[in-house]
Design a protein around this ligand. Sequence first.
Ligand SMILES: Cc1cc2nc3c(=O)[nH]c(=O)nc-3n(C[C@H](O)[C@H](O)[C@H](O)COP(=O)(O)OP(=O)(O)OC[C@H]3O[C@@H](n4cnc5c(N)ncnc54)[C@H](O)[C@@H]3O)c2cc1C
Length: 383
Amino acid sequence: MNLARDNYPEIRDAVRQLCSEFDSAYWQKIDEKRAYPEKFVEALTKAGWMSALIPEEYGGSGLSLTEATVIMEEVTRSGGNAGCCHGQMYNMNTLLRHGSPAQKKKYLPKIATGELRLQSMGVTEPGAGTDTTKIKTVAKKKGDRYVVNGQKVWTSRLQHSELMILLARTTPIAEVKKKSEGMSIFLVETKSKGLDVKPIRNMVNHETNAVFIDNLEIPADNMIGEEGKGFKYILDGLNAERILIAAECIGDGYWFIEKSCAYSKERVVFDRPIAQNQGIQFPIAEAYMEIEAANLMRYKASRLFDEKKPCGAEANMAKHLAAKASWEAANVCLQTHGGFGFAAEYDVERKFRENRLYLVAPISTNLILSYLAEHVLGLPRSF
Ligand SMILES: Cc1cc2nc3c(=O)[nH]c(=O)nc-3n(C[C@H](O)[C@H](O)[C@H](O)COP(=O)(O)OP(=O)(O)OC[C@H]3O[C@@H](n4cnc5c(N)ncnc54)[C@H](O)[C@@H]3O)c2cc1C
């Protein structure tokens, strides 16, 4: 069975080949120990996949976002968890599109070689939640630096990244015309003094943290783009993130479908393979259809992004459709496996947990629906 793999065969074959060296036993062990898949990320970096989006002049391979999504899709489709490494792909766009030539020259070549990782992004705060404009982390200019104080939550991969993108308020909300103004983004070296990192144990094996920021000093040169425009840049980066996550969900979805088909053909109950029962076949067929449909929107969104055209609606729709379709496929896969779906050695329960995250993060379902209702359908703003 070779479902929807007819584009970018060279990328797919190479990534799949690399992933085959990190088998189910590897991911199970990492999950059991709640460890970071350092060897896997190192191998991806050495092979150049983690610098896919970096232009060739800085030592990367200058691939498009669409090609980057294919890399991520193959990781989840091979049974791996892309949550350990996708940050670099979406953070990269923020630096590439809005960073200064000096910032690019300083950091990109080192990211390309793997000396530095740009895996982390600190946007979410415990007090503000999804209402990002209410963030309380403040950056105040003092001479040639900014001094930052505040708190972030769910800052992922921070302990395995030398660099992070940090969003902070540079003008108080009371002094801006629009609440989305007055926030800025910074490229922060994560070993800087002033960052206290506390890991959050969570449902998935996902390295994520609460971060307490106390007089963190950032050179003013490390502000990305213009002061006060950070929210706009973050949103642009979030479109890339949504499209990449959509592709990861598509990879998960195909993994669940393939796994369901293989197991149901093998498992014999009442003297016949369970796959012979339409009660087993139909949900798999239904889930497959949904994945295929979501995949179309994923490519539409990534094409628009690569053409530098507005793609907010498509990126949101792709992420939503793919997260829903893959979650449906996850449910079907678990059901098809019966009791064995709960046994760690089948990987289904691990992938089930990993996939569930994407209905909540990086943006939750309701917020996507509300974006479409307001910005595409012209319905009244509700918050
Ligand atoms: C494992 C993990 C990793 C993460 N990694 C990162 C990261 O690296 N960097 C980062 O910045 N963030 C990260 N996040 C945060 C993530 O983006 C947020 O959890 C997510 O956006 C939801 O925000 P919240 O948890 O504050 O939910 P809340 O804003 O508290 O919302 C709770 C629920 O209420 C709903 N809701 C809220 N307002 C409305 C409304 N007006 N109408 C209808 N429904 C509403 C939401 O949809 C949600 O379902 C991560 C989260 C997790 C769980």
